[in-house]
Design a protein around this ligand. Sequence first.
Ligand SMILES: C[S@@+](CC[C@H](N)C(=O)[O-])C[C@H]1O[C@@H](n2cnc3c(N)ncnc32)[C@H](O)[C@@H]1O
Length: 562
Amino acid sequence: MKENIKENIMSKVQPNYRQIRTMRRVDSFQQYLFPDLLPITPKQEFLHKIRGKICLMLQCEKINILINKFGFENAWYSILATHIYQLHQPRFDYLLKQKEFSNAIILNSDILDSISIGEIATLYEYSLSHLNKDKRKQEGQYFTPDDVAQVMAKRALSFPLNKIWIDPCSGVGNLSFWLIKLQENPESFLINRLYLIDKDALALFIARTLFTLAFQNKSKSLFLDIAPRFIVADFLFSSNLPTFDFVILNPPYVEVKLDNRFKSAKARNLYVYFLERVIKLSKGFVSISPQTFTHGQRFRTLRQLLLTNMKDISIYCFDNVPDTIFRGVKFGSTNTNKVNSIRAGIIVAKSESKFRSFKITPLLRWRTKERTKMLERIDDYLTLVEPCVDVFPKIQKELLPLYYEVKKVKKSLAHLVSIRLTQYKLIIPTTPRYFISALRTKVNRCSFRTLYFYNKKDYDLVYLLLNSSYTYWWWRINDGGMMISKKTLLSLPIPDNIPVNTLLISKIEQSELTNRVFKKNAGKNNENVKHKAGLIEEINQNLFPRFAPSFKCLHNNSVITI
Ligand SMILES: C[S@@+](CC[C@H](N)C(=O)[O-])C[C@H]1O[C@@H](n2cnc3c(N)ncnc32)[C@H](O)[C@@H]1O
């Protein structure tokens, strides 16, 4: 590989670049920067993705070598210069005369040929991690994939026209790219209605160059016209921001120290501080971030700020199995789990609207092959809910009546639990993924909670409720993270009139003995009990007959089949 790259370095940019141009297809960049992201057949889509992944991996290797040879910035200037050069379009020649390209090298291989803006973001992300493995983690740079960026940009079209947008942590501009592309006159929108801000000057330079290549139309020198629109700044603290109306953003997700300059300081996460500033400064926004803001005490202030300042709110929540919103691997992560497993949430919020509206989806699951379909349909999963600052319940329409019913119930699991050890003991494994179980017998695992009950009646009742889908549902509405927290568990409402069927109890006891499963975690076998679907359904039918069909869907791998 090294040898190959060495041979490919042809010359400095300035001399004679016109003469050594080869005959290549002129439209390749434009084609791929505007990919048709809904390929025609599943097979085509599959091949497209496989080919794309292999190409990207190869390009990552090449970038490594370039960075080692030329340094980080000059490697990227050379990558861009080569791409401009290989486009064979005289209208872009002025770009190569910019001072940033003065030391750039024209390489034989055009790394940016035939790849989309989202893939360029992935390459940039990769190169940052190569530069410093820990830095990327600290900076929290998780770039939005093209398909998700398109979904977000489409939502932005429902905002009032002729307003000013800002992308306050733009990276290489993959969100803005799709926002511009969907406008009636992309070039004019870029010149007049958008600002990109980032602390990373090189990322902004890459964005500015790519946008020029993609959107230059009437202007002869778009790159120069849009210079004031790309601002190197710290969005959180700059007192020099341009005025704007709306925001599109994917902020950094980084745990930080308490910062009392923010009302939401307790959240201790940059994404929350970004959202607080956006809520305060804008008339509306479209964001993607972790979905942790929907629950948890430390995000309460953010929820409060949202509800107070925004009138029309839609929240889309995404699970991280089987597929996950952020594609690819965690470059530079030292975690053994290489998949980027953030459960993401998209917020679309407007401060001005005729009516107050709060809509939210359940935690959506989909299989990789259903991704396009799921993203096309996300509005169908929105449920109109009465907003509440304690939690934004991630709920499906079909189960909303049950939610309102049990919210009125005064008694919760906390009322039935004894602080003293009693003979009525239940063990609850705490890492639910597709189900929650409660056991009467010992289980060989690291993470579990033990609850004791005062009497046999409560003990049996809770045994039924915890092994039904009801508790699993409660956890997914109110939490949905890695573990079931004590707070979520103990807040489980205990409705009156739940029948306690002794035959069903003995069936669960029997299943406990015969349906043991093991999952490896950190090299250790973790034991659990996975009751057969038929038994869970029988419990649901017995306890919540009206909602049993909807409960069944909760354990599915995808919302698409529903
Ligand atoms: C998660 S990346 C998002 C990039 C791109 N918008 C996307 O959607 O893929 C976050 C970006 O925030 C930038 N950033 C981090 N802290 C910042 C700050 N205080 N002000 C401005 N930009 C910041 C990083 O340099 C990085 O480019």
